[in-house]
Design a protein around this ligand. Structure first.
Ligand code: CO
Length: 213
């Protein structure tokens, strides 16, 4: 029987011990509640762990991850996370973080099928189609995938700004900024894309909801 999973339990014991060693009150404080300032929407890829790559602690970041960090308005899982983060936790920053070398983005560029995920990745095919003139001109496949990764993040930032949740928060005076980042698997560094979105950065009228009050 494969006992490889036991290393996770052992790892957990070491984690708990070392945290308690550094700060005996660490878990007691965390158990009182959370007040994270950040919502992280990232890729499920095992190489992009949200806390680890940002050097943040337990309690600092509310996290949602899915394949290729896509924001879909009919995804009740993601939308529940966003609404709770914005309205209850009152996060100040929402970060969409993609990563170079993303298998999901690469799959969306191709025609192979992988199962249910094909339907999910259709959203990224739409991003490709929207920017096909730029993308088709990039001959190198890796570079084209990198650019699509960036464009996908930008699109998902816009998708967040198109939600009534975020628009309502802005309308109510909450200062929420939405950031688009890309993480480099090969150097561990995050690049900020030029797509910071806040209430001063209007989206097209068709996506703007009328607010009651
Ligand atoms: Co990925």
């Amino acid at each position: 029987m494969d006992k490889a999973y036991l290393k996770l339990i052992e790892g957990n014991r070491r984690f708990a011990l070392s945290k308690k060693f550094d700060d005996p009150e660490f878990f007691k404080k965390l158990s009182l509640g959370q007040k994270p300032e950040y919502l992280w929407i990232g890729c499920s890829d095992s190489r992009v762990p949200a806390n680890e790559v940002t050097n943040t602690e337990s309690g600092e970041m509310f996290v949602h991850r899915n394949i290729a960090n896509v924001v879909v308005h009919t995804d009740f899982n993601l939308m529940s996370v966003v609404e709770y983060a914005v309205n209850v936790l009152e996060v100040k920053h929402i970060i969409v973080c993609g990563h170079y070398g993303c298998g999901g983005v690469r799959a969306a560029m191709g025609t192979s099928t992988f199962g249910l995920v094909d339907n999910w990745l259709r959203n990224i095919k739409d991003v490709y189609f929207k920017h096909r003139l730029e993308l088709d001109n990039i001959e190198d496949t890796d570079k084209r995938a990198d650019r699509l990764t960036e464009l996908n993040v930008i699109e998902q930032v816009r998708n967040l700004a198109k939600t009534k949740i975020v628009q309502g928060a802005w309308h109510g005076g909450k200062k929420i900024e939405i950031h688009g980042w890309v993480y480099g698997l090969n150097n561990g560094l995050i690049t900020e894309l030029n797509v910071l979105h806040d209430e001063t950065d209007d989206i097209e009228p068709i996506y703007r909801y009328k607010m009651d009050k």
